[in-house]
Design a protein around this ligand. Sequence first.
Ligand code: AMP
Ligand code: ZN
Length: 113
Amino acid sequence: MEDCLFCKIAAGEIPSNKLFEDDRILAFYDIDPQAPVHFLVIPKQHIPSAAALTEENGPLLGHVFATISRLCKELGVENGYRVVSNVGQDGGQSVPHLHFHVLAKRSLAWPPG
Ligand code: AMP
Ligand code: ZN
């Protein structure tokens, strides 16, 4: 999608600090980290948010979560992690392309603000 920041990152038109990439997804470090480990996982396909997901996206989501689990092991995450997908204005979404935040290596408060 034109003028979508994460589509441009997925296409390599804007550089990112990549952790993993395949034909369907890209994992890269967040530019403004909120934890010692903070990376994002995005589908290469433009999906505006988790609110736009359908049953057909099940395999993609399984791939996203399996990749997150593997990357956390590779990064030495031992005490758990948080996966967050902000949706819309009240959810705090600032980039309208589906992404999963992965935060780790510090104790995370609950409930979030
Ligand atoms: P959200 O506010 O949930 O939509 O998350 C968007 C995230 O993208 C924020 O945590 C930003 O720090 C991050 N972000 C914005 N631009 C970039 C970029 N060029 N590279 C990496 N992360 C980015
Ligand atoms: Zn996009």
